[in-house]
Design a protein around this ligand. Structure first.
Ligand code: UDP
Ligand code: MG
Length: 318
């Protein structure tokens, strides 16, 4: 029987912690009763340097339910993506399969069972995907959708409407741990792992209590980080603009020379206008070109694994 770890990053979640713990323990009990997971499966709360009583509550829950509730206390606030990574990498050595979910229970805990079924059907990653965003405010909905569109335009592969509610098998987390980069954008990294994946669909609810810990500022930072960690397209765009301006320079040259010879110009205008276009284009071209090398260096320093072997067939198989 596979041992499940539910990983929950928590930042200032004192209002929701007990509710989340109870709901998730309910899920564990149910799945254990249905013999879908091992009976020592557990929840792993990761306290991301909360300023409130979150850690004290996690300790309390652990005392009351020593097997089912475990905790990791981070020394300071490192942000959702790092907190989640800390949880996944800790859980990896203690379990066979992990499910990550937010503490606020916006994601439907009922589909965890479906995730486990899909895991047993041979999937290594199962994405939780939101059906619609009725409960989100108009602002949150449009900004979030713009975010996915932008990522797509910039060439970052992500699963549409999937946040960080997902199941990962032990070997998927192990492969993920090979990605040593510090600028984490988990949603973009998962598709790189390349194992068989599937999705489960659910309606996203409202936060059970407390306030969002993801204000616009953090969302914009996440979007920028996502793009700049996965794509050197912005640099390539600069190169493109440079080429375009040089092309415009040729047109401007034709126009300026034509005006010069037909005598409709003030002295000095032709050379001025040509140098402006030419130098502007040349500068952008040069920046773009240097950028291409920096982009390559950036990709190299990440030292991402170049491939991930799914299976090897040899005559030594039993
Ligand atoms: N979170 C975290 N560290 C942070 C910010 C948020 O661990 O610095 C956690 C938070 O406790 C929650 C999850 O990340 O479990 C998602 O945050 P939230 O629900 O506030 O984001 P929203 O759903 O509003 O986008
Ligand atoms: Mg939330």
């Amino acid at each position: 029987m596979d041992k499940l770890a539910i990983v929950v990053p928590c930042y200032n979640e004192e209002e929701v912690l007990k509710i989340a713990s109870e709901a998730l323990r309910g899920v564990l009990d149910d799945l254990i009763k249905k013999e879908k997971i091992a009976d020592d499966s557990f929840i792993l709360f990761v306290n991301d340097g909360s300023k409130d009583r979150t850690w004290a509550l996690i300790e309390e829950e652990h005392r009351a339910h020593p097997v089912q509730v475990c905790g990791v206390n981070l020394a300071g606030n490192v942000g959702h993506q790092f907190a989640l990574t800390a949880g996944l990498l800790t859980a990896k050595d203690m379990s066979d399969v992990t499910v990550s979910i937010d503490a606020d229970l916006q994601d439907d805990v009922a589909v965890i069972e479906e995730m486990i079924d899909k895991f047993h059907a041979g999937n290594d990653i199962v994405y939780g995907v939101r059906k619609e965003r009725k409960t989100d405010t108009f602002f949150k909905r449009t900004t979030a959708q713009g975010f996915y569109k932008l990522m797509d335009m910039m060439g970052v592969k992500t699963v549409y409407n999937h946040a960080d509610f997902r199941l990962m098998s032990k070997r998927a987390v192990e492969q993920f741990s090979q990605y040593k980069e510090t600028n984490l954008f988990l949603r973009g990294m998962m598709p790189l792992i390349g194992y068989q994946t599937d999705c489960v669909y659910y309606d996203r609810k409202e936060r059970v209590a407390g306030e969002s810990k993801y204000p616009l500022k953090k969302m914009l930072a996440l979007a920028f980080n996502g793009i700049s960690s996965f794509s050197v397209k912005p640099i390539t765009m600069i190169l493109g603009v440079g080429m375009f301006i040089i092309f415009c320079c040729v047109l401007a040259a034709v126009y300026a020379l034509f005006s010069y010879f037909t005598g409709h110009v003030v002295p000095g205008w032709t050379s001025t206008i040509l140098s402006i276009w030419f130098l502007g284009g040349l500068q952008l071209l040069a920046i773009g070109l240097v950028g291409q090398y920096i982009g390559k260096i950036y990709i190299e320093v990440k030292q991402r694994p170049r491939y991930n072997i799914e299976k090897v067939l040899t005559d030594k198989d039993e």
